[in-house]
Ligand binder design. Structure first.
Ligand code: NMX
Ligand code: MLT
Length: 441
């Protein structure tokens, strides 16, 4: 067993024993009540999952194993000459619940480089799709083709013992993360760069190599990638992509199948696709107003028109957050440092000043503030990445870090099949008349 696995197993055994004794003593404690509205309205506010890698506070935003984004920017190792954290370090932190040293991060980079080979049939499968296929579809199809490589699936077919599930999940998760930048970059170059591909550079870190394979050499873009891959990695367990990965994984579907399922959720416009929707919305606004530099009054009118057309303002609102997303703030800070005069970033900042009071005035929007997706596209466009349909693929590569670390923990802690109780409105009516019950046994 490699030293990573030994280290993980030691931590997982301790955590498992702790949870066992915690449940033995407190397992019957009631942690909340559920109203009928919550059941009908997307289970908002119901605590029903354990995800160890990160925790979201409605006011403060995300903390990864207890660390906020500014703390991660300070404490995680950086690339030589860079100032943004290396996402390898964040994965290490989420997996081992321990801040990595520079050597730990270099070791993670080296392990991922060694595991990064993508078999030819994956590229052939992507090539079978028509060029007008959305990049997220190409990406997920690529992951599904890569499922042939699953250790977990092979060992399960051979009759694996339950106590070994975590180990093969670990191997699949490491392989998958190592291979995703290559698949994503392949999709990008195939769709947008005349199918001219760039070979990986084994001397670069995981995000730096991703930027390189996409064809972006600018050191500023590589720094942006490190920040982007760090801040999009995890957002506790209830969001659609993390929850779906966990749910599908709970059926013992292997990490490839589970991740692909989660990414189909990320591809929805209310979730990860919102980053493309934001830039599309801004480009359409610029076109309809005939200016690259709309005034705040013009933006306000365009927001009102968007709402009047029965559409959401993309990049604004959140199911849990009730303040400006710290991931938006981290990107705004990056923009103010590296491209303070960029007209698109300035528009994003003007939108930030304009939208919240308008959404607040509607009286129904619980969070009028921007989320992570309101800013990301403008930074990418600055470096020339204007193909906004690709943005969610980048989000997906990053999200793998959190959901795969969590899936390893799910298997190590022996979490069971997820299967909540559902009800019908007929049953609700009988329950309201006192004729039946709505809770499971
Ligand atoms: N623009 C217009 N209306 C909104 C917005 C918005 N940005 N956000 C919420 N609302 C509406 C929402 O559609 C609902 O209307 P109705 O009752 O007519 O159905 C009402 O306000 C109450 O919704 P909330 O309880 O505030 O929000 P909910 O928790 O249901 O949904 C989002 C959260 C994120 C789905 C929602 O805010 C939204 O659609 N935002 C725009 C899309 C977006 O940016 N998604 C990205 C989220 C982050 N991510 O990366 O996943
Ligand atoms: C995320 O990063 O997953 C989004 O902000 C959505 C969420 O947390 O529900």
């Amino acid at each position: 067993m490699g030293s990573y696995k030994e280290k993980f197993k030691e931590k997982a055994d301790l955590a498992s024993a702790e949870i066992k004794s915690l449940l033995k003593e407190h397992g019957n404690k009631v942690i909340g009540e559920v109203s009928l509205s919550q059941v009908y309205q997307g289970m908002r506010g119901i605590t029903g999952l354990v995800t160890e890698t990160s925790l979201l506070d409605s006011q403060e935003g995300i903390r990864f194993r207890g660390y906020s984004i500014p703390e991660l920017q300070q404490k995680l190792p950086k690339a030589k000459g860079g100032s943004e954290p290396l996402p390898e370090g964040l994965f290490y932190l989420m997996l081992f619940n321990e801040l990595p040293t520079e050597d730990d991060v270099n070791e993670m980079t080296a392990k991922w480089q060694r595991r990064s080979h993508v078999p030819t049939h994956v590229f052939n499968t992507i090539d079978a799709l028509p060029l007008n296929t959305h990049p997220m579809t190409m990406f997920v199809v690529g992951i599904m083709a890569l499922q042939t490589e699953s250790n977990f699936a092979k060992e399960y077919a051979r009759g694996m013992n339950k106590k070994d599930y975590w180990e093969h999940t670990f191997d699949d998760a490491m392989d998958l993360i190592a291979r995703l930048p290559r698949i994503a970059a392949y999709v990008y170059r195939r769709k947008y760069k005349q199918n001219e591909h760039i070979q990986p550079n084994g001397l670069l870190d995981w995000s730096g190599n991703f930027a390189h394979m996409m064809g972006y050499k600018d050191e500023g873009f590589q720094e942006l990638m490190r920040l982007y891959m760090t801040i999009h990695a995890d957002h506790e367990g209830g969001n659609v992509s993390a929850h779906t990965t966990h749910l599908v994984g709970s059926a013992l579907s292997d990490p490839y199948l589970s991740f692909a399922a989660g990414m189909n959720g990320l591809a929805g416009p209310l979730h990860g696709l919102a980053n493309q929707e934001v830039i599309k919305w801004i480009f359409e606004m610029q076109e309809s107003l005939g200016t690259d530099n709309p005034s705040k009054d013009q933006i306000a009118q365009y927001v009102q028109d968007t709402l009047a057309a029965g559409k959401v303002v993309p990049g604004y609102g959140h199911a849990v957050l009730r303040k400006t997303d710290p991931r938006f703030e981290a990107q705004m800070e990056f923009g103010k440092k590296h491209m303070p005069d960029d007209p698109l970033c300035q528009t994003v900042w003007n939108v930030y000043e304009t939208v919240p009071p308008i959404l607040q005035a509607l009286g129904k929007v619980k969070n009028p503030w921007p989320n992570v997706d309101a800013h990301s596209g403008a930074l990418l466009v600055h470096y020339g990445l204007k193909e906004y349909e690709f943005y969610t693929v980048m989000f997906a590569v990053s999200r793998a870090l959190g959901v795969m670390a969590s899936l390893i923990w799910d298997r190590a802690l022996g979490f069971p099949l997820e299967r909540p109780k559902s009800i019908t409105t007929e049953l609700v009516k009988r329950w309201l008349k006192g004729e039946d019950q709505v809770w499971g046994d």
